[in-house]
Design a protein around this ligand. Sequence first.
Ligand code: MN
Ligand code: MN
Length: 463
Amino acid sequence: MTMIVTGGRVVAEGGVVNRDVMIEGEKIAAFLPAGEGLAAHPGAEVIDATDRIVIPAGVDPHVHLMVGFMGQRSVYDFASGGIAALRGGTTAIVDFALQRRGGSMVKGLAHRRKQADANATLDYGLHVIVTDVNAETLAELPELRARGVTTLKVYTVYEEDGLKLEDGQLHALMAEAARHGLSVVLHAENAGIVERLRAEAVAAGHEAPRWHALTRPPIVEIEAVSRAIAFSRDTGCGVHILHLVAAEAIGLVAAARAEGLPVTAETCTHYLALTEEALDRPNGHEFILSPPLRDKANQDRLWRGLQTGVLSQVASDEVSYSAAAKALGLPSFANVANGITGIEARLPVLFTLGVDQGRIGLQRFVEVFSTWPAEIFGFEGKGRIAPGYDADLVIIDPVTRRVMSTDSDYGDIGYNPYAGMELTGFATGTIYRGKLVVRDGVFLGEEGQGRFIGRTPPKRPAL
Ligand code: MN
Ligand code: MN
């Protein structure tokens, strides 16, 4: 099976080129002079990318499909969430497998694989969430590595959900993980400060969504990032800071990287597009997520972090609780499920605010959307358009503009965080392993086409 993607501007290593891309089977085979692909390979399937931009498909390093809250299920599972991702130009994700306290990480991994393997519609890897560090846990690390898990997820908050690791456990885990070439990905917030401020706010009768941000001030995140960097320095363990939003933490990450520590960080689509003022809207509770949205000046510094490359990826932190599920915890901010959807909007939001509005160039956009997440999270053969790489490509329309609405997403979520925003850069075609699986928003693939990807240890791009 040969496919030719012709007529597009292709974002390749070293620059944007006008070339035809030849695909053989599941792999990119070669670049050909523009317009000459079909003549060279009559009978090939032709994808016309005239007036379009062709980029390596997105890798979303931080998503939660098929999760529950107060008896509610997220709208997306590994089939529908994967379709939403593909519509948004993403062909690979990293989701999470949970170790239950007192339980085995390997069993948690096997359980999540069973949930995903039957119907996943895209490639996926798993971080294992570690909630209990003991001799048995530490002894499982080589087995996790053998099963393709190279990253361990740790929470420094959410004791009420049975997720938080104490510092002594985190330090011990990092020391042992480093010995086996594993890294930690961290939800970095200081539990003590959050718990005290929340208790005070609740006791004072404060319920409005804005209190979610007020009870998680930036120091909460700054301290936890600082602690993680200190632990990395002491143990040699790689640390990736998830969903970084507090601007002061960017400086900490930059300093750690300048020092040569194995530290990386991501920010998220919603932090780049929304500010804490969203919490004051009538549907402000729908914007409750952690760490919380911040102000405009902070947001500008996140963009600078992407410009300098200190922030090396933009993740969605996808959680598709429906509008009804988000409302369950009302009236108090303290009881609303955290998280918003973004797996599909990551592409047009980042393209519009980044490339179209001139904050980052096309090359950097591709780096933080595709290339660096693939490298940092060990997806071999993804994240670039180059011969030998997986034929995972997205064809973007950089011209057509569309106003987002509550039903822009594939799933019936009932709200969209970006509703009302006029965006461009939507995918008109997504090619996954050499097959056109989405055309103009319509899924052409099949459930179960996705594969679990065993990942290799991180390669961290130089600053
Ligand atoms: Mn988190
Ligand atoms: Mn998350």
